[in-house]
Design a protein around this ligand. Sequence first.
Ligand code: NAD
Length: 499
Amino acid sequence: MTTRITHLIGNKPWDGVADRTSEIYNPATGEVTGALDLADKQLVDEVVETAATAAKEWGRLSIAKRTKILFRFRELLDAHKEDIARTIVAEHGKTFADAVGEINRGLEVVEFACGIGSITQGGFNENVSTEVDAYSLRQPLGVAAVISPFNFPAMVPLWFVPVAIATGNAVVIKPSEKDPTAVNQIAELWSEAGLPDGVINVVHGDKEAVDALLDNPKVASVSFVGSTPIARYVYERGVQAGKRVQALGGAKNHMLVLPDADLDLAADAAVNAGFGAAGERCMAISAVLAVDAIADELVGKITERMARLTTGEGNQDGVDMGPLVTKDHLDKVTGYVAAGEAAGAELVVDGRNGEWVGGSSDGFFLLPTLFDKVTPEMSIYRDEIFGPVLSVLRVPGFDAALQLINDNPFGNGTTIFTNDGGAARRFQSEVQVGMVGINVPIPTPMAYHSFGGWKSSLFGDTHAHGMHGVHFFTKTKAVTARWLDPSHGGLNLGFPQND
Ligand code: NAD
């Protein structure tokens, strides 16, 4: 039996009949479990109208009232996180612990947004000129669109939505059509927390829905996360339509291991960051740069740890890694494994052979795979694979490694493993990447810092959450005010000057 998944407009499930639907799969079994309604342009425009109407009232509501709703939402999300995590396991395939983990990271953004009174404070200067005060205000944009990818069905929308709502905007979310249900569950919690109808809306769909959001003049901003070609497209089309756009794209994240590093720590990190969530993380490590002197030893330690991993259905006890999200994605990733072999890389661990626990033989599984002696021109290095395939490239030393990372078109995350403080400091300063780790596997910033890459990993100027998020979702207004003493006045056509 399949479940119907539909839009949530003004806190109500849509009661129409969709012209087009798409199938939702359980990746561990390959079974179709749901049918998702896909919106057309007309429906998207109706949803935006609902949001625009709600935005007017919501943007004027006091900070105190908005903050209370945010606190209630935080408690509800925390209380329901296991139900939502189960949905994520069923549609995305990641392990239950990982699904809970992504909601926990989303909760941190809600907690940041709960401090909205402090984080939206403008500056005030008394007496900038005689009896003249100057201050700045932050005001909402109106309707904010959020378009999210499949790999973090809860966390990525939570990077944006709490900050957009806290700052007084109404939101239209377009989740990934591969695992859309978690967003519906979370939107229902917002309503239960007391968010007025229409402040949060969920519209499901594909390119047609995205294009309708990009073209609708009442959508003031677009926050997009997905692959680089679509991020670039969304950025360009949205900006042309006069919107504020932040479009986060794909990644190829390097981990540099210097000879003085703790190699056990580095091997743990390579395995955790390479194979967690089956490599379907934008901060996954996909390229390990091992300095020649320690490369054999490091590859040995990584291989040894990989033998201890269990792949399987995400709810099973002891499972470290789940399946890939769809059959098409599995075929793409295994295609890269074949391409790596054909190009002459050394296939140290072949994830195409092996067994998994739970699920069924039709599940979209590929076990952890390791290539050594990968070279920069190979497609397994050049492209974002987004699967459990880790490549080791051997480098002569620090400078060659830094050059390789800086020449790469992506710049999302990177990390260095070393005990040399000088090398680490030079790395953080000179590397052309937006998020940098030092002896940590996945340098994902906390909610009160901002998340975002450089180069082809982000189009736009602002990153997600933290103060970048507050700036993105508000317009600043500078006010200069004089409350006249009735004795002042008179005509003066001169330019205002400070005297
Ligand atoms: P995707 O680009 O296929 O889809 C992302 C969103 O765009 C979805 O909502 C989808 O419906 C929509 N979309 C797809 N094709 C479109 C088109 N032709 N026109 C308009 N909209 C379209 O990405 P995905 O496969 O869902 O997610 C994986 C990608 O997301 C990876 O590249 C990963 O690195 C990236 N990602 C990046 C970050 C980051 O912070 N930089 C975070 C998470 C994921």
